[in-house]
Ligand binder design. Sequence first.
Ligand code: PHE
Length: 360
Amino acid sequence: MDDLTPLRQQWLDRINGATDPAAIEEVRLAALGKKGEISLKMRELGRMTPEERQTIGRALNELRDELDAALRARKLSLEDAALEARLAGEWLDVTLPGRPRPQGTIHPISQVTEEVTAIFADMGFAVAEGPQVESDWYNFDALNIAPEHPARQEHDTFFMHRAPGDNRPPHVLRTHTSPVQIRAMQDQGAPIRVICPGRVYRMDMDQTHTPMFHQVEGLAIDRDISMAQLKWTLEEFCRAFFEVGQVELRFRASHFPFTEPSAEVDIRCDWSGGQLKIGEGDSWLEILGSGMVHPKVLRAGGIDPDQWQGFAFGMGIDRIAMLKYGIPDLRAFFESDLRWLRHYGFAAGDVPSVAGGLSR
Ligand code: PHE
C-alpha cells in the first residue's frame, strides 16, 4: 500500500482513455466517488499507525487531487473537441456570393395562363379541360356548326388520319376551346361557371398566326345571366389583367354559330411612339369573341334552354400575352430560343394572384 505509482498510472490511463463526458463521469465515480477505490483507501487510514498515516495519507491526498485535476482537464478538452467538431460542421462562409438565379424561367404563356386563371378564380370560375384531339361532333356539330357550314373551312382544320375504308368522320385537332364548353356542361350541368384554357390548332402561319396557339374559353350558365353580365365580367377581367385603372371595351355585333347574339370585343389602345398603351388612345384592338350561348348548344350540353341561359367567350392567350408584355412576334413564343426565354420568361417564384399582384 505504500507505493502508489502503479495505482496512479492505472487511473491516469483510464482518464485519458475516456472519450466522452459520460465515460469521464464513470471513471470519476470509480476513483473518487463515495465507494471509489481512492476513497476506500483513504478510509483505511484509520486503521494505520500515526506514522503510516502521515506518509500514506499525504500521498493519497496528493493522488486524489492529481486525479481530480486530470479528470477536470480531460473533461474540458473533450468539451472543446466537441465544440470544434460542431463549429466545423456548421461552418458558414458569409463571404460567398449569393445564390445564382435559377437557370429556367416560366414561359410567358404559362405565366399569362396563371394570371388569367387567378383573375377568373377570384370571380368564381373553375377550370375545366378537354382533349386536344377532339371528335368533330364536339368541335363542330355540338356547337351548331353543321357539316356544310363554311366555318369548317374557315377554321383550316387539321384532320387526323383514318385507316382506308374506315368511313367514320375523322377526329380533328381542336380548332378552338369551345368544345370544352360542351364537355363541361355534360359533366357538371347547370348552373356552371368555368374557364377552359388550352392549346388549339389551325393551319396558319405568319407574324401573328402559328399552327398551334392558346385560347381561354369562358362559360357562365344560370337562370338569368345576361349580356350585361358578360360585359361587366370582361371589363373587370381586362382591368385586372392589364393592371390599368381604366379600360374601355367596344362590343361589335358579330356572328358565331354557337352564340346568339354574338359580339367581338375590342379594347381601346394607343400605338403612338411605337409603344402600345392599353386604356387610352384612338386605336382599337380585337381581343376576343363572345355572346349568349345558343339554345342548340345548351341542348347539346344536356342543359334545358327554357330553364337556363348564359354567356360564353373565347380569348387568345398568346395575343393578350403579346399585348401585356410587349412581345412583337407570335412565332418567337414557340421557337425555344434561350435568349428569348431569358428575356421574356418569369422567375419560378412569381406565382400570380389577384391580391398579391399579377406581374412583378
Ligand atoms: N370559338 C371562337 C373562336 O375560336 C371564340 C368564341 C368563343 C366566340 C365563345 C364566342 C363564344 O374564334
